[in-house]
Design a protein around this ligand. Structure first.
Ligand code: UD1
Ligand code: CA
Length: 460
């Protein structure tokens, strides 16, 4: 049985922010949410968040997560003081307690699982995660005997120069036998450089305390400032990209690509430089995205090409090409084998199969059939200044260059719209519609030069 407590009461002074540190976002999720997510594999008995600085904001940010209990630390007098707040709250509890710093968002669920397993197998009073860092600056140093049993943890600022040379650091992730911790917590003092009650001091009163090393030390990175936040994002991205490359996705210049954890990719997708995949996006096999594209919350079928384009909240069926320089800005559905070309903007529009909108068009609030050719510069005038209106274009219809379809308007099937038309009335099936003034020729007309104009005046 394991309960989880997350320390999230600190302000995070080094972030220089109005927002509590644990609410800073890393790849779409806050630090504290990430820490909570990393515990889910343990199926915790309880999930307790210790809040303090701007606690209402922290509670609010977690309000839609089930089964979170909140315990307040009114004044922030250190990590040990934070855990002391649990004393009245968990008096009856007899299992283990996993304590996590709220600012360690890169932990893998498997690592926590392993920590708890070791703790229970060895019947330790406490088991903590450690790592050997090339640059241990800022972390508490862990001093062990030969067999990973911990003697002492000393904070960087309380270390002697010799002690600082120890590169084995405390991750701030601990599994405790709660009843034993309960007996140790009241013994904490604040006789250290910061005059805070350090949780790490309980090591002096518990036995045995064991250290477990993480292999990948990036996992334990604590976020204390914006640089560390940026580095954590890079680490997260590297993990996501490695996973997809192993699963059969090609990336060209992966450093220039970003992919949210929520994105799903099929094998043989190719992602070209400067392409960003966000939110709830799925991409089917053999599709080629980029260079230079942003795709957010989209379902993209197989063998689709998106080149230098922005596509959001849309659905693209297989074998369609998009771009260069197209903008599909929401609630767009494009059927199979369509071509959306240069400088085309689509909004709340559905296209059937084999339909082309190849150049310089805006279609908004439109429903377009199969095999339609939207000529260059065709625009749906969907907004009358007050309301948006629908345009319906039947299958097989062709619009001439520079036509304006003034909504609400319906063009039937196999309609041809003459170039330059302004269509304001519905058009039945199989018609040619010409809605522009007829061309006139005036014989012998020519522009008058300045001298001719002055000679005209002189005759008067
Ligand atoms: C802490 C550890 C250090 C470890 C490091 C790992 C102690 C004394 N030191 O140091 O050994 O190497 O984490 O990252 O524990 N918090 C509260 N209430 C408080 C103070 C802090 O809830 O009164 C929370 C913070 O919101 C944060 C976490 O505890 O999520 C850690 O606090 P922080 O000040 O970042 O500790 P470090 O100095 O990094
Ligand atoms: Ca920290």
């Amino acid at each position: 049985m394991v309960a989880v407590a997350i320390l999230a009461a600190g302000r995070g002074t080094r972030m220089k922010s109005d927002l509590p540190k644990v609410l800073h976002s890393l790849g779409g999720r806050s630090l504290v949410e990430r820490v909570l997510d990393s515990c889910q594999l343990l199926n915790p008995e309880k999930q307790i968040v210790i809040f303090g600085y701007q606690g209402e904001k922290v509670k609010q940010a977690l309000s839609d997560r089930p089964n979170i209990e909140f315990v307040e630390q009114k004044e922030q007098k250190g990590t040990g003081h934070a855990v002391q707040q649990l004393i009245p709250y968990l008096k009856e509890y007899s299992g283990d307690l996993l304590v996590l710093n709220g600012d360690a968002p890169l932990l893998r669920p498997e690592t926590l699982h392993q920590l708890v397993q070791t703790h229970q197998r060895e019947n330790n009073a406490a088991t903590l995660l450690t790592a050997h860092l090339p640059n241990p600056y800022g972390y508490g140093r862990v001093f062990c005997d030969g067999s990973n049993l911990v003697n002492q943890i000393i904070e960087e600022r309380d270390c002697t120069t010799a002690q600082r040379k120890n590169r084995r650091v405390n991750a701030g992730i601990y599994c405790f036998n709660w009843q034993k911790l309960l007996a140790a917590l009241p013994k904490l003092s604040n006789s250290n450089d910061q005059q805070e009650y350090y949780l790490t001091e309980v090591v002096d009163y518990l036995n045995p305390v064991m250290a477990v090393d993480v292999e990948d030390y990036w996992e334990i990175s604590g976020i204390n400032d914006r640089q560390q936040l940026a580095t954590a994002y890079d680490i997260l991205q590297a993990r996501i990209k490695d996973k997809w490359m192993k699963a059969g996705v090609t990336m060209i210049n992966p450093d220039s690509i970003t992919i949210d954890e929520t994105v799903q990719l099929e094998p043989d997708v190719t992602i070209e430089p400067q392409t960003h995949l966000r939110g709830n996006t799925f991409v089917g096999g053999s599709s080629r995205l980029g260079p230079g594209s942003l795709i957010e919350n989209c379902h993209i079928g197989e063998n689709v090409t998106v080149l230098y384009s922005v596509v959001t909240n849309s659905e693209i069926e297989p074998d369609t090409t998009i771009g260069p320089y197209a903008h599909l800005r929401g609630e767009v559905k494009v059927g199979k084998s369509c071509r959306i070309g240069n400088f085309v903007e689509l909004k709340k529009t559905s296209l059937g199969e084999n339909t082309n909108v190849a150049h310089l068009s805006y279609l908004g609030d439109a429903s377009v059939g199969d095999r339609v050719n939207i000529g260059a510069g065709t625009i749906t005038a969907n907004y009358d200044g007050v309301k948006k209106h629908q345009t319906i274009i039947g299958s097989g219809t062709k619009t001439g260059s520079n036509s304006v379809l003034v909504a609400p308007v319906t063009l039937g099937e196999d309609v041809t719209v003459a170039a330059g038309s302004v269509v304001t009335k519905d058009v039945p099936d199989e018609c040619l519609v010409i809605a522009r003034s007829r061309q006139k020729e005036i014989k012998g007309w020519r522009i008058k030069t300045d001298s001719q104009q002055s000679s005209v005046t002189s005759h008067q």
